[in-house]
Design a protein around this ligand. Sequence first.
Ligand SMILES: [Zn+2]
Length: 351
Amino acid sequence: MARLAMAVACTAVLITLAVAGVQSQRQPAGTAHNGNAFRFNKVAEGVYHAVGTGALTVVGNSSVIVNTDDVIIVDDHVSPAAAWVLVDEIKTITNKPVRTVINTHFHYDHAHGNQIFDKDVAIIGHEFTREMLLGGKSLQMPLYKNYVTGLPGQIENLKQRIAMESDATRKAMLQTQLQAAQNNAASQAELKPTPPNVTLRTNMTLYRGDREIQIRFLGRAHTAGDVVVYLPKEKIVMTGDMLTSTLSNMSDAFVDEWVATLDQLKKLEFVTVLPGHGEAFTDRAKIDYFQAYLRDVWTEISRLKQQGVSAEDAAKRADLTKHKEHFSTITAPGVPLIAVTRIYDLLNARR
Ligand SMILES: [Zn+2]
C-alpha cells in the first residue's frame, strides 16, 4: 500500500513537472524550503521579476516572460536547486512549459541553474558566455571560490548563533537561514556548469505570439558577453548585472568600456528596468549615476597606479565617497580589492 501511495505520489510529481521543461530530470538535492522561495512581481501582462524571499538561497533575480504558448526564463540563479524551485513556483502563475532560458552572462549567480533543463529547452547566451561556462570559468572565478569555501563556516556560525539565541522569533529566522545555507551547500555539491546551447554575437529576436523579445549585446561591460533582454512593446529591459539597483562587482568587467555600453543601453526606449540584483526601477537617472561612478573609479585607480601605489593600498585609499548619495554601500573611502585588481590588470594589458 505504501509502495502504491509512493508510486501515485511520484506520478503526480511527474505530471506536474511534465509541463515545465524539466520533466526528464531528477529533482536536485537541496530544494526543501518553507513558504515561497520567490516573489513574482508583475510588471506587465505576463512579465514578472522573480526576487528571492530568503526561504532558499537564490542570490540573483530572474525574470519570467509568459507568452501565448510558452515561458521564457531570464537567468536561473545560483544552483540547480534554486532553478528547480523557480520552475516549480512558476506553476503558481502559469501552466505553460518553460521552453527557453536566457543567460545574461556567465556568472555563477545567474547561470548555475542551467543543468536542470531538458535538452529540448533552448538555453540562449552570448558566445562568450558559452565559452566561459564550457571552460569552467564560472567555478574558477575568485568570487565563486570564496562563496563556496565560505559556506561551511557560515553554517557553523549559524548553528552557534541558534544555540545561543533565546528570542523565539530571531531563532526561527536563523533556522531558516541555516536550512537555506545547508540546502545551498547540498546543491553546490551537485553542480555541473552547463553552457548555452544557442549562442549569439550581436542580436537575436524571438517572436512568441504578439510578443517580441530582443536579446542584445551592446558592448563589453560587466563581462565580455553581457546581453540585455528588451521587450520593445512593454518598454521593459532586463539588464542582468550590466545595470543593477546598486554597484555591480567588477571582477570580469571592462570598466571604462562599460560607460559606452551604458550609452547604447540608453538608446533603447524603456520605462522599467528589471535588474539582476535588487528591486525593479524606473529611474533612468540611475544609469547616469552609475556611469559617473565608473568614470571616477577608473580615473582614481589609474591615478594611484601611475603613482606606483600597490593594488592593496589603492583599494584602501581610493575615495569614491562623493557617490554615496546614490550608492548606499559606499560609506567610507575604499574600493573592493577585486575591482582594483581588475583595473590594474586591464591597465597592464594595455601598456
Ligand atoms: Zn555578475
